[in-house]
Design a protein around this ligand. Structure first.
Ligand code: GTP
Length: 239
């Protein structure tokens, strides 16, 4: 496998659940170190990396709203959860030798920089990993949508959605043993077949602006490096 990246700038979306490991809740220090190692493998070969992290390991806004909490309040709590994860990620990345900057969509200046697009791009050009926290700063939008939005704003060439599964199947592989793995699919097909890869808003936004998406398993050591170097890993969603 070549060590030459085919992308210069990428947006990596990491789910909150990916940070909790086997714990069922919160942040696993071992998992953080593992994730940091994966990110370092692409940062070291010169790729500009921006990250959006979810918050589901700490608080799930949608779940809370289904129990009767107002959706806006629940989502605000979820956004704060992403800020906690972003700071944890910043700490581990810096200990692993990667300069980082956290930019928050909700102002909390004592804790992180505000989101300023042009500053974020300068940070990336200087080799800093930029972590975008607090989603889009709005309730009713998921961190997947935030990832697509930021990916487009910074002109990332691809959005890598890191998950705990290998990619997209035509049905749930846990329930259906004959479920087929999908290597390539269009945005439209994902929408029409209502495949639960990302929420519909995120997919539509990516489609409108033609941002390629790759869904892959973050838990497979080296997979992110393979994707970046043009390997056939995960499911690719394009026009
Ligand atoms: P350059 O301008 O390229 O040198 O970038 P820089 O980020 O090193 O410069 P800056 O002086 O803006 O930031 C220095 C440090 O302060 C960095 O760690 C920033 O993340 C941090 N920082 C900058 N602005 C804010 C802010 O509004 N709030 C917080 N909490 N930290 C900030």
């Amino acid at each position: 496998m070549s060590d030459k990246p085919i992308y210069k700038r990428v947006l990596l979306k990491i789910s909150g659940e990916a940070l909790m490991g086997d714990q069922g809740f919160g942040i696993s220090p071992d998992m953080l170190k593992f994730v940091s190692k994966q990110i370092k493998s692409i940062h070291d070969i010169g790729v500009e990396v921006a990250i959006v992290v979810g918050g589901g390991n700490i608080f799930r806004g949608i779940a809370a709203s289904s129990y009767g909490m107002d959706r806006a309040s629940a989502d605000h709590m979820g956004m704060l959860a992403t800020c906690i994860n972003s700071l944890a990620l910043q700490d581990v990345l810096e200990k692993n030798g990667m300069p980082t900057r956290v930019q928050s969509a909700i102002s909390m200046n004592e804790i992180s920089e505000p989101y300023i697009l042009r500053k974020a791009v300068r940070h990336l050009e200087k080799g800093r990993v930029v972590i975008f926290s607090a989603g889009t700063g709005n309730p009713y939008f998921t961190t997947d949508t935030a990832a697509v939005l930021r990916g487009q704003e910074i002109h990332a060439e691809i959005l890598l959605k890191a998950t705990k599964v290998d990619g997209v199947y035509d049905s749930d592989p846990v329930i259906n043993k004959d479920a087929k793995f999908i290597e390539d699919i269009t945005y439209m097909e994902v929408l029409e077949r209502q495949l639960r890869v990302m929420d519909m808003t995120a997919i539509s936004l990516a489609m409108d602006n033609n941002l390629p998406l790759t869904i892959f398993n973050l838990l497979d050591d080296g997979h992110i490096h393979e994707v970046i170097c043009g390997g056939k890993v995960g499911t690719r969603i394009t026009k």
